[in-house]
Design a protein around this ligand. Structure first.
Ligand code: DGI
Ligand code: FE
Ligand code: FE
Length: 198
């Protein structure tokens, strides 16, 4: 990829406070390790990790504007604004930084909710974001352990954790998060007893 990595790092760093940039650095390291182990493209994993939270600290109004003006899913506006920075980020790095690699853009776009049919690169970025060493949410250790064996099982567990967290607090769950979980449930051989019909 003919992209100046240092320039991209400077551009991303300028968009966020230092604590979020440090998270980005840890996501870069974790993504590099996952890519090495799984055979994902290391350069693309690096660029996607650098840029994955590009818009995270943009003002809410600016993110809303991008959703309205860039043909992004309008239903996002009915859900938690924490979901917005992933699809907005993909459009923003395309327009502001000239990133045109669709695999990298997909990895940025799907890093918060996942999506059915995720590519290996998307899985690497989703998981690196979830398990980077600065994360301490409950259940993260199990996801780290699963990630050493099977990315799909690790992502399923991460999605389960996120959905349980949201339900326990009475928050809405974005439908794409549920669709992603269903997709992983369908493709992972189940060792548990089959669901009973009621
Ligand atoms: O941007 P990061 O903090 O590094 O991590 P992220 O992009 O995974 O964002 C996590 C946030 O998104 C966290 O506050 C939970 C929230 N989230 C993830 N899936 C859903 C969700 N919020 C709602 N309302 N619905 C979801 O499906
Ligand atoms: Fe994020
Ligand atoms: Fe992140």
């Amino acid at each position: 990829m003919k992209i100046n990595r240092e320039k991209l790092m400077e551009a991303a760093k300028r968009q966020m406070p230092s604590s979020r940039w440090e998270h980005t650095l840890r996501v870069m390291e974790t993504a590099a390790e996952l890519a090495r182990r799984t055979g994902a493209d290391p350069e693309k994993a690096d660029i996607a990790a650098i840029l994955h939270d590009y818009c995270k600290f943009w003002p809410e109004d600016k993110q809303r504007e991008w959703i309205l003006r860039h043909r992004l899913p309008q239903d996002l506006l009915q859900y938690n604004k924490e979901l917005w920075h992933a699809p907005v980020g993909a459009e923003a790095v395309r327009e502001e930084l000239g990133i045109d690699d669709e695999e990298v853009l997909n990895a940025i776009r799907s890093h918060t909710t996942g999506r059915p049919g995720m590519s290996l690169l998307e899985k690497v970025i989703f998981l690196a974001d979830y398990i980077e060493p600065g994360r301490s949410f409950s259940g993260v250790e199990e996801v780290r352990r699963l990630a050493r064996e099977d990315l799909d099982r690790a992502i399923l567990k991460a999605l389960d954790n996120t959905i349980v967290y949201l339900v326990e607090r009475g928050f809405k769950v974005y439908p794409l998060t549920i669709l992603t979980r269903n997709d992983f449930l369908d493709k992972i051989p189940q060792t548990l007893p089959k669901e009973e019909s009621h």
